[in-house]
Design a binder for this molecule. Structure first.
Ligand SMILES: [Zn+2]
Length: 256
């Protein structure tokens, strides 16, 4: 079998035997996959820091019996020093976990690779994870075909504008797929005899911000401290889809 080369980001690493590592890679060409980096835990590893967590590299692999074996790696986009920052490390881990639970192995999702690479570049440029967390979630869900509906009621389809606000707050329902109008919200409460605990309520300004940031490059979100609380809402949707691993989600990614 022939070797092949992919543009990949290292999502996860775990030790194997005395000196090796198993890496979870997310590549533009092959999506999520596992590979062995032999000797990667030796001080004198030929890979150096190129296969550190959240590194991006051109990686050449040789198909093995059970797992592909990494034969070479060349850094893309320079080194990666900010992982010593606990916030950046936590965010990289969050991204890795989300992709791990949202994506099928071996299924390429180039648009999602671009989102992760752009997030990585923004963090490397010094932007705080909190400033981009919500925007990354929005874009990640959009490219997977489960964008959060923020303009109309996700249940009845009624266009909402500023009307979803009740007592100054709008309700976002991960189960419904986005904003829910007052009438649908009341109907759901009556039907289930209680409010859906996974619902998230956001203020008018938070809703406006969520509507605005979905298309802004991550690097341009740097100075918006007000964006940090938005991740509370977007994380709820990521968690919902990660937990559900919905058929529709898989179908959406398979169509691409
Ligand atoms: Zn409705």
């Amino acid at each position: 079998m022939r070797s092949f080369t992919v543009d990949a980001i290292v999502l996860r690493r775990r030790p194997l035997g005395e000196a090796d590592r198993i890496l979870t890679l997310f590549s533009r060409e092959r999506g999520k996959s596992s590979a062995v980096a032999k000797g990667a835990r030796k001080t004198q590893s030929k890979f150096g820091a190129r296969l550190d967590l959240f590194s991006r590299a051109r990686i050449t692999l040789h198909p093995g019996r059970s797992l592909d074996v990494i034969t070479s790696a060349a850094s893309v986009g320079g080194g990666w020093e900010r992982l010593v920052d606990p916030d950046v490390f936590a965010f990289a881990s969050y991204l890795a976990e989300s992709i791990d639970s949202l994506c099928e192995p071996g299924l390429a999702v180039p648009e999602l690779f671009d989102v992760v690479a752009e997030a990585r570049d923004a963090l490397a440029a010094g932007i705080r994870p909190g400033a981009i967390a919500a925007a990354v979630d929005l874009r990640m869900l959009a490219v997977l075909g489960v964008a959060i509906e923020l303009d109309a009621c996700a249940r009845c389809g009624q266009a909402l504008g500023r009307r979803p606000l009740s007592g100054g707050l709008a309700t976002l329902s991960p189960a419904a797929g986005g904003l829910v109008c007052r009438r649908c919200l009341q109907a759901a409460v009556q039907e289930h005899d209680r409010a859906d605990e996974s619902n998230v309520r956001v203020s008018a300004s938070e809703l406006a911000a969520l509507r605005a940031i979905g298309t802004i490059p991550f690097k341009d979100l740097a100075d918006h401290e007000a964006l940090e609380p938005l991740a509370r809402a977007t994380h709820a949707f990521v968690q919902f889809h990660a937990g559900k691993r919905s058929r529709s989600l898989l179908a959406a990614t398979a169509r691409k």
